[in-house]
Design a binder for this molecule. Structure first.
Ligand SMILES: CC(C)(COP(=O)(O)OP(=O)(O)OC[C@H]1O[C@@H](n2cnc3c(N)ncnc32)[C@H](O)[C@@H]1OP(=O)(O)O)[C@@H](O)C(=O)NCCC(=O)NCCS
Length: 159
């Protein structure tokens, strides 16, 4: 099924804020106590969020290009396009991750000038790492997030 990408609007944001992943992926759930702040964050053009829609116009995921994809503590001195992605909880674990990631890569390459793609992923999240690895991304760094000490990995691939 063909995917389309659009700028993320308020209705999309409100749906996404209510998505709930099951453990251990509940790490990615938005917090019910910070809805207004998170809404502003998702809608801020600086954060470059887009929705991923199926051919019926249904929301299947979202992605971001740029600063949103970075985690404090990582080494981001090399210029690269940071990619972020989240798929609707009921669509995860179905072996479709590569398909969505391919769409994000293509959209990012068409829209932004970049020589290098970069993703930053929680170290425990082997499922997400596997998706990007299958698309040629390689781990270049492992670090602890400033303040929380949670471990993350950075993976890159030439565009
Ligand atoms: C990360 C995400 C895009 C992955 O997409 P997905 O459709 O759920 O993942 P898939 O079902 O395609 O699985 C990807 C691979 O991980 C493997 N995998 C699944 N669970 C795994 C686990 N616990 N450990 C190791 N590998 C695992 C799958 O077998 C598959 O590999 P294979 O094709 O070689 O068999 C999606 O789960 C998501 O958006 N989650 C939201 C929260 C999140 O993880 N965010 C990080 C975004 S980068």
């Amino acid at each position: 099924m063909k995917l389309t990408f659009q700028t993320l609007h308020k209705d999309h944001a409100l749906a996404i804020l209510n998505w709930r992943y099951t453990p251990p992926y509940d790490f990615y759930n938005f917090n019910a106590d910070t809805v207004l702040e998170d809404l502003r964050y998702l809608l801020d053009p600086k954060n470059a969020f887009y929705v991923i829609l199926n051919s019926l116009g249904e929301l299947e995921g979202y992605c971001s290009f740029g600063a949103d994809g970075q985690v404090p503590g990582g080494d981001y001195r090399v210029e690269a396009l940071d990619l972020g992605m989240g798929i609707r909880p009921d669509l995860t674990g179905l072996r479709h991750g590569k398909y969505y990631a391919q769409g994000v890569i293509k959209y990012g390459a068409d829209r932004y000038e970049a020589q290098l793609f970069r993703v930053t992923i929680a170290q425990f999240n082997k499922r997400a790492q596997r998706v990007w690895q299958k698309l040629g991304f390689e781990q270049v760094e492992e670090f602890s997030k400033i303040s929380s000490r949670e471990k993350f990995v950075i993976m890159t691939r030439a565009v």
